[in-house]
Structure formats: structure tokens, C-alpha cells
Design a protein around this ligand. Sequence first.
Ligand code: ZN
Length: 244
Amino acid sequence: MPELSAVFEFHGDLTTLLRPRWRNVHPIVQPVTRRASVKDVIESFGIPHTEIDRITCDNTEVDFSFPVNYGQRFNIYQVLPPWNVFQPTKLRPDPLKRIRFIVDVNVGRLARYLRAAGFDTLYNYHWDDNQIVNLIMQENLIVLTRDLGLLKRKQVQFGRYIRADRPIEQLREVMQLLNLEKEVKAFSRCLDCNRYLQHVSKEEIMHRLEPLTRKYYDSFSMCQACNKIYWSGSHVEEMRRFFR
Ligand SMILES: [Zn+2]
């Protein structure tokens, strides 16, 4: 190790998030030229703190504010499924009380899939990074995004850089990460506004149905907020197969 440097070793698929110039460098040996926290140094290599489960410095666990000094050796471990967000850890001493997502516009379609699976999901395509951060400060939420910059914001404690491309695969990625298979309540929420649906009788809403829907379907539910009607049409069947 060159004098006045610190060593950083990234484990698991964290290396795929490194900036290109670091991607094939294992471990990274970096001169210590300024006073900085380990969070700042790690993020300067490209990796947002939300992806990290554990950091050790010379085999002792440290938190994000730990100051980097020369001669130190850091091992950085990724968040792995099943990620227990209800358990306090060195890096996240304030765990979540419940699972609630906020979805960024760059993975917007994922919001509807999460709601279809019954997960509490905030989404609005008008929200920018600042508005998302403001909402997190009111209530700690899990941020789902492909914006590495958003995940580096210190207010974001829980988040995930979504790897998968297709929305259904993104849903699978999130459910596996947080071990949510048993929590699925398929078609319990409105896809548009996240509110719970309530069963309605066919008679009540008959006048709003298209002739074919009226003919072939008997079981309906309705959003109490926007009055949208849901029934077990073909798109619902496709997602039901996935949830099974
Ligand atoms: Zn609704």
C-alpha cells in the first residue's frame, strides 16, 4: 500500500455500481488527501450508501460518519436478501416501522405493480428528487429508483437501485430483497391512487359497465377515493399467475 493511502474492498455486486474507472480495480487504493467520512469516500467511487449493509475498518464495524485515515483497510458489504429493515444496525440505527415505498419516475411502472401486489406505494410522476426527499423527512420510506444521485442523499436511509428492466422483474427484485412473498395481498389497492379497494355488488355499478364486462364478470371492487371499478379481466389474470 502506498504511504498515506487507504484501501477499499467492495463485495458482492457493489462492484457493478462503481464508476467505470474503478470497476476493474480490486481493491481500490486511494490517497487520503482530505478529511472525509467513509460515506463520502464510498459515494465518490459511485456507490450510494443505501446499497451498503455493513462496513468494517481493520475488522471493526463502523458507521457512515467514520473518518477515513491513511493506513486503514475498509471492507464494504452489500445489502443482501432477505433485508430486514425492522432491525436496527450500525449503519441504520432507526429501523422502519412498516414497509412503505416511494417510487421515482424512472421506474414509474413499478408503482402500479407494487400496488397490484397490495404494497403501500407513493408515486407521482410530477415529483422531483427534492419533493421525494421532503416526503421522506415526514415519514421514513423505501426509495425505489435508478437515480444513483437520489440514493446518495443523506436523508434517504432506505432505498434500492433497481437493477431489473421489466416492471414485473423489478417487482420480483423488490419482493425478493425484502422477503415479501408472504405479504402479498393481490388486487387490494387502487393502481391509480394506492387506496384500499372495497367489494361492490354488480347491481350498484351495473350502469357503469361496458356490455361485455357486464356479460362475463360478476365480482367487482371499487376504489373509495377515485371510484375506479376493478374486475378479474385478462390483465388481472396474468398478474395473478405471477403472484402464484
Ligand atoms: Zn383510486
